[in-house]
Design a protein around this ligand. Structure first.
Ligand code: ADP
Ligand code: MG
Length: 776
């Protein structure tokens, strides 16, 4: 720490005084009582001592026992009391933005302070950092990772606490690898790993058998019932339809809304009023909306206050789930697995668990993301059950059988093994790249040592090698696929060295495909629409389609489509955003969103992200002057530039023969319809897309570029934009000329092949000019 000795002494003395004053203030009493009643308090001294005398400690305890809010405070308070408060700066990482803010708010309140003094938070687009010395910073995992790209990223940090490691989220697993390396370089750094699941052996082993402290819970017993117990328990309340379907073979992808609604209203009527809230776990916000609909039609719903809790809600809307409804109303919270560990609703007594989650799985060999509703794991079922026993003995109703439970995975597959890894691989290069060392690190600084160590001794330079050190490394094919994409984008060269483009991309905090579009957009003077497209790609689709108003919503979305000859989901976002921005300036953002089925929160996030990208691009000095042209020209160029990032995700139209109903139809009963195909088979345009096969001319050829290929019941392309073929030839790669068949057509034409399966006949002179341009 770069403060002089006297300065440090003064600061320490001041902090000590402050801490004393706080002890004796009136408000502090209430906070203190709340804190003393938490299970973690009983382990306070043990936690402090173990952390002080070890470099790494694994800490476990049930959700709500006080890990996140209390442990950092114990460390800071102890230091304050012993007179070295100013030497403590604790960073606590959280996987979720919302959790980081709400926890920081809570801790500041407990310390009787506003945010920004000794407690603060930093998340992307929002920050309220604390002072540098004698403080606790809550931040998202991604923020800390980005900070580590800088040479002095950990200057002055005494403790790094990695929270919620049991979730096995991508960034957290990555941070663990980095932190393990950092221990060699920062001799005074202490690391605490915190997990809500009791089995910590995987983490202690990972850190060479480090000590493990468990906080015994004060959890009350929870009575668990399975589906087969319910008919007897509920009597006539049990829905006959469910009874008829064989209990044992409930379908994995389906949710039995009728059953869920029946169980909830049965609890509401059967158990004494006002005696605790009901928490129901569902796989996604759309299912929450459906169950809410269903519930509101039951007679019991009059006495219920039904709340939703999922990450699409704004902070204000989320608070509803934590309030207490007025007199005698029964609180019912319908939640995704956000309520499983990271937030705590304190009055839950009944848990209704559908036992499912929505799971994304990326298959590198097919370049395909599968999104399925699946059974959750036994670990998460246990976690959900535990939420019922916080205030008193509780009940957990599992809407699946014992048999299903026995077949569930023990733990969830870690994210690192099931998502595309391009961003991660780029980050690895940026943290380890030796050429950054020369640039950024001052001689002798810890970071230059670190980068030296990682790059040279530990082989961190090699992406695959680095990832092999993860807790549960990803498959080789995934890493290979990601490295290939980075190479295709030009972010790394053939020796896996970061290119100048790659270094800029790593700073952008966006998928490198979109990062490249931003850079091209800048160079070609049409950044504006691309900023919106890239920003929107960071969040969920802002179009929220209520099931009951699907047609109306689809029409609204189509209204935003600029030009149907080249219909584009990406440009729909651009024009929706532009119009929203105008409405918002006039103070009508909210009603505009309501009318057009847009999520206001997402629009605001997009606006914030756009601003952030613009700032990063300016700072990266990708351009010196900003050329603007009229909107139409800009959006058209922007459409073409999508190719630069999304290539080779191309589909081309084909005429498909399909039978017209009858099975034994004769040849005449066939009709021709326009469909789309990718390199190895037929695909469908996602129904939410504005690119609609019905509106296209079956006699013409169409090409489109897509963002994602998703398999549900069929293979769907999501995020589609129709393109002129020239864009593909100019901005895609892997173009070859086949002269012989070209000559077969006529001397003036040549045949260009893209990726070996898309063929274009192009005017010879234009074609040659194109190839020349490409080479330049
Ligand atoms: P853990 O990290 O072990 O899951 P926390 O430290 O987050 O536990 O929370 C400890 C306790 O503090 C909770 O049981 C709850 O009673 C209380 N608490 C935490 N955050 C809030 C909040 N935002 N509002 C009210 N109470 C809270
Ligand atoms: Mg916590």
């Amino acid at each position: 720490i770069s403060v002089s000795r006297e300065q440090a002494a003064t600061e320490n003395a001041m902090l000590r005084l402050e801490a004393r004053k706080r002890m004796f203030s009136a408000e502090y009493g209430e906070q203190r009582r709340a804190r003393l009643s938490l299970p973690s308090w009983t382990q306070r001294q043990k936690i402090i001592d173990t952390i002080a005398s070890n470099r790494v400690v694994v800490l476990t305890g049930e959700t709500g026992c006080g890990k996140t809010t209390q442990v950092p405070q114990y460390l800071l308070e102890e230091a304050e009391a012993l007179g070295f408060g100013a030497e403590v700066h604790i960073i606590v990482t959280q996987p979720r933005r919302i959790a980081a803010i709400s926890v920081a708010e809570r801790v500041a309140w407990e310390r009787g302070e506003p945010l920004g003094k000794s407690v603060g938070y930093v998340i992307r687009l929002e920050d309220m950092p604390p002072r540098r010395h004698g403080s606790i910073l809550y931040c998202t995992t991604g923020i800390l990772l980005r900070r580590l790209q800088k040479a002095d990223g950990l200057a002055g940090v005494s403790h790094v606490i990695v929270d919620e490691v049991h979730e096995r989220e991508l960034d957290t697993d990555f941070l663990l690898v980095v932190v393990r390396e950092l221990l060699n370089v920062h001799p005074y750094l202490h690391v605490v790993i915190m997990s809500a699941t009791l089995d910590a052996s995987i983490f202690t082993r990972y850190f060479g058998g480090c000590p493990h402290v468990n906080i015994p819970g004060m959890i009350h017993p929870v009575q668990v019932y399975y589906l087969e117990d319910l008919p007897q328990l509920m009597g006539q309340f049990f829905p006959p339809a469910t009874r008829q379907r064989k209990l044992g073979c409930s379908d994995e992808e389906d949710i039995d809304f009728e059953l869920a609604a029946a169980v909830i209203s049965w609890i509401a009527q059967y158990f004494a009023k006002g005696a605790g809230a009901i928490l129901c776990f569902l796989p996604g916000w759309d299912m929450i909306a459906m169950l809410r609909d269903r519930l509101s039609k039951t007679p019991a719903s009059k006495g219920m206050a039904i709340m939703a809790l999922h990450s699409q809600l704004s902070a204000g809307e989320q608070r509803g789930a934590f309030t207490h409804p007025p007199g005698g109303m029964r609180k019912v919270v319908l939640a995704t697995n956000i309520a499983e560990t990271s937030v705590t609703i304190d009055d839950v007594v009944y848990v209704v668990d559908c036992g499912k989650i929505k799971h994304r799985q990326f298959d590198p060999s097919r370049n395909m993301t599968t999104m399925r509703v699946q059974w959750t794991s036994q670990a998460s079922a246990r976690q959900r059950q535990g939420r019922a026993g916080r205030v008193q003995a509780g009940f957990c109703f599992r809407l699946y059988t014992r048999d299903v439970h026995a077949r569930m995975l023990e733990h969830q597959i870690p994210e690192m093994q099931r998502v595309p890894l391009e961003e991660l691989c780029l980050q690895i290069k940026a943290i380890a790249a030796p050429n950054v060392v020369a640039e950024a690190a001052s001689p002798g600084s810890n970071m230059s040592q670190l980068k030296g160590t990682m790059a040279v001794n530990t082989g961190m330079n090699d992406i695959a090698m680095f990832l092999s050190k993860a807790l549960q490394p990803p498959k080789g094919t995934s890493v290979f696929a990601a490295v290939k994409v980075l190479r295709q984008l030009g972010a790394i060269d053939q020796y896996e060295n970061l290119t100048p483009l790659g270094r800029t991309l790593a700073k952008l905090a966006v998928h490198p495909r979109f990062g490249k579009m931003l850079i091209y957009g800048t160079l070609l003077g049409c950044l504006d629409p691309l900023l919106t497209i890239a920003a929107a790609a960071c969040f969920k689709d802002p179009f929220v389609v209520p099931i009951s108003k699907r047609d109306e919503a689809d029409k609204m979305r189509e209204n935003f489509a600029i030009n149907s000859a080249y219909a584009s989901d990406h440009l729909v976002l651009v024009s929706a955003f532009e119009q929203w921005k105008k409405a918002n300036l006039a103070g009508q953002g909210h009603s505009f969103c309501e009318r057009h089925f847009l999520a206001p929160m997402t629009m605001k996030l997009i606006a914030g992200m756009r601003y952030q990208f613009e700032k990063t691009i300016t700072e990266a000095r990708v351009f010196d002057t900003w050329v603007t042209s009229d909107l139409e020209a800009r959006t058209h160029v922007a459409r073409c530039i999508l190719t630069a990032g999304l290539y080779p995700n191309i589909a081309k139209s084909e005429l498909c023969r399909e039978s017209k109903g009858m099975k034994n139809a004769t040849q005449h009963a066939y009709r021709w319809r326009l469909g789309f195909c990718v390199q190895n088979g037929r695909v469908f345009i996602h129904p939410t897309s504005v690119v609609n096969e019905k509106h296209l001319d079956p006699n013409k050829h169409y090409y489109l570029i897509y963002q994602e290929k998703v398999q549900t019941s069929q293979i769907y392309l999501r995020g589609c934009t129709l393109l002129p073929p020239l864009a593909l030839v100019l901005l895609g790669w892997n173009v070859s000329i086949s002269s012989d068949s070209g000559a077969a057509i006529s001397g003036d034409w040549m045949l260009l092949e893209v990726e070996g399966w898309l063929k274009f006949h192009i005017d010879r002179r234009a074609g040659l000019l194109l190839l020349e341009l490409r080479q330049a």
